[in-house]
Design a protein around this ligand. Structure first.
Ligand code: ATP
Length: 232
């Protein structure tokens, strides 16, 4: 198991956001984390990354307890993040944003040639300052940055948010490619239908708790269950 979250409770000051949340991801598995606004999906990612550490419970990545580890050590161990707001340095070029993020871990290393193969426009954007990129170009840069960090697990937060359908399709294809390469993915998505199509399993959250988990296929096929859990 690459990620094992056991009964975590996470707080923002006195406000509790996660209540005894347990979730796991196998190597090479694509897992979706779905649910309404404010359910605690982003907080789950922030807890894994050590940005808002869990106060109670335990998080293991690749067999190591990372519950209270510093974020830079967690990413160096092989957890990459594609945040919903991309967090690209706007005044730096694409090339510089990517080179800052490149590192080696025990997992597969990716090179720039592979980035151009996955996202062909990137090659022509290398010298562009990131503040001049479109939303889709920004997302490509954020995903390439995550891959150049040689991850064993990639956390995607709302990867399709604000993107044109063609780009959403590219993002979902990239997630499938990661799976083929044996890299695990945990994807938070409002666009539940496209997530269900790429995920092996899903967890549905509400009010800081997991309210359902199981194969993505079950929710795709069972209209009544999907509508009651996801409203779609
Ligand atoms: P969304 O899709 O709207 O981001 P989410 O499922 O990702 O929803 P979270 O952002 O994790 O939900 O929020 C979970 C709970 O924690 C919510 O009640 C939210 O108001 C609260 N929360 C999130 N960030 C903070 C913060 N910085 N300070 C205080 N409370 C917060």
């Amino acid at each position: 198991m690459i990620l094992d979250i056991d009964s975590i409770e996470t707080f923002y000051g006195e406000t509790q956001a996660l209540f005894g949340l347990s979730l796991n991801v196998e190597e090479g598995e694509v897992v979706g984390l779905l649910g309404p606004n404010g359910a605690g999906k982003t907080t789950t990612l922030r807890s894994i990354l050590g940005l808002t550490p869990a106060s109670i419970g335990r998080i293991e990545f690749d067999g190591v307890d990372i519950t209270h580890e510093a974020t830079h050590k967690i990413t160096r161990a092989g957890v990459s993040w594609v945040p919903d707001d991309r967090r690209i340095f706007p005044t730096l070029t694409v090339e510089r944003n990517l080179s800052i993020a490149a590192k080696k871990t025990r997992f597969r290393e990716w090179n720039m040639g592979e980035m151009f193969e996955i996202f062909s426009p990137l090659e022509y954007l290398l010298h562009r300052e990131c503040e001049n990129l479109s939303g889709g170009e920004m997302q490509m840069t954020a995903i390439a940055r995550a891959l150049l960090g040689s991850p064993g697990l990639v956390l995607f937060d709302e990867p399709s948010q604000g993107l044109a359908p063609k780009i959403v399709q590219d993002v979902m294809q990239t997630i499938t490619r990661l799976k083929q390469e044996g890299i695990a993915v945990l994807v938070v998505e409002q666009n539940a239908l496209s997530a269900l199509e790429v995920c092996d399993r899903v967890y549905v959250m509400d009010m800081g708790r997991i309210v359902h988990h199981g194969p993505a296929r079950t929710l795709l096929e069972d209209d009544a269950k999907r509508i009651s859990l996801l409203g779609i």
